[in-house]
Design a protein around this ligand. Structure first.
Ligand SMILES: O=C(O)CCC(=O)C(=O)O
Length: 280
């Protein structure tokens, strides 16, 4: 194994439902991802907007398979995949990645939710997945950093309902959670990462600042937890890990125009499962 979390880091993840790793990516690596992504017309062409129910759009691109581009190097590098393997206690496979483009002044909010609130509907039996949130831009309270409720993953999967074009935890329960648990704002510098459990409650505010807040989130499922039915995200597909050094040696390679592509998700597909109440 090329990268190892310490026993106390793993314990923190399992106890609190998340783990922050400061400067997990070096400055030149994250600068390369940022400059490539912000110039990448394919990434932009596949972006779709969802209303946040508060008057602002949430803009994101979602793809299923990591390729040989810079995004694939981040999603396949040992610093991420080996950590995911330790967290899951099983071989991880790539479930999907997304770029969240929370633009200055307009980027929308995300309501309180658990990712397993909707992945459950994709035929996944156990919450044995993990997400790696990579700060591409700095994330602060002002530009809508992620907020989490430590230990909320121990509540199990909660009921969700539709708000705008998103899913959120049913309000009566969410009010009780907020009265009894502490909210933590996860301020991050570019290159910091946050691994989090699929039942961890999280949300983020709209971006009312002048600073964009882009982030890339890579999600992994355990091989033994592959879905029992087909959905818009893949079942087990071997993940070819790359050495960390390939990020810089590859350079500024964005998405290609290849017709097969990385398995882009369309707005309709993504909305279907995430926001339709009777499928939540
Ligand atoms: O980027 C954010 O602020 C939240 C993203 C999120 O919650 C999600 O993709 O499930």
């Amino acid at each position: 194994m090329g990268f190892q979390l310490s026993a106390s880091q793993l314990r923190n993840y399992h106890d609190r439902g998340y783990l922050c790793l400061a400067s997990h990516f070096h400055r030149d690596e994250i600068d390369l991802l940022r400059s490539t992504a912000k110039e990448d017309r394919e990434l932009e062409n596949h972006a779709f907007k969802k209303s946040d129910g508060q008057g602002n759009p949430v803009s994101l691109s979602v793809w299923n398979h990591p390729g040989d581009d810079i995004y694939g190097m981040f999603a396949r590098c040992r610093r991420v995949v080996d950590a995911a393997e330790q967290i899951l206690g099983d071989e991880p496979y790539h479930y999907h990645s997304k770029m969240i483009m929370k633009e200055a002044g307009i980027g929308g909010a995300w309501s309180w939710h658990q990712d397993y609130g909707y992945w459950y509907h994709n035929g996944i039996l156990r919450p044995q997945l993990t997400s790696c949130f990579i700060a591409v831009d700095a994330a602060t309270e002002r530009n809508g950093c992620l907020q989490v409720i430590p230990e909320s993953h121990t509540m199990g999967r909660l009921e969700h309902r539709r708000v705008g074009q998103q899913a959120e935890v049913e309000p009566e329960r969410m009010r009780a959670v907020l009265e009894n648990f502490r909210v933590e704002h996860i301020a991050m510098r570019p290159g910091d990462v946050l691994f989090f459990h699929p039942n961890l409650l999280h949300c983020s505010d709209a971006n009312h600042s002048e600073a964009p807040r882009w982030s890339m989130i890579c999600c992994y499922n355990a091989r033994s937890n592959q879905p029992f039915k087909e959905s818009h995200h893949p079942s087990y597909t071997p993940l070819h890990r790359v050495p960390d050094s390939t990020i810089l040696s590859l350079g500024a390679k964005g998405f290609s125009r290849d017709t097969s592509g990385p398995g882009w998700l369309q707005k309709e597909t993504h909305q279907d499962t995430r926001t339709t109440p009777d499928r939540e």
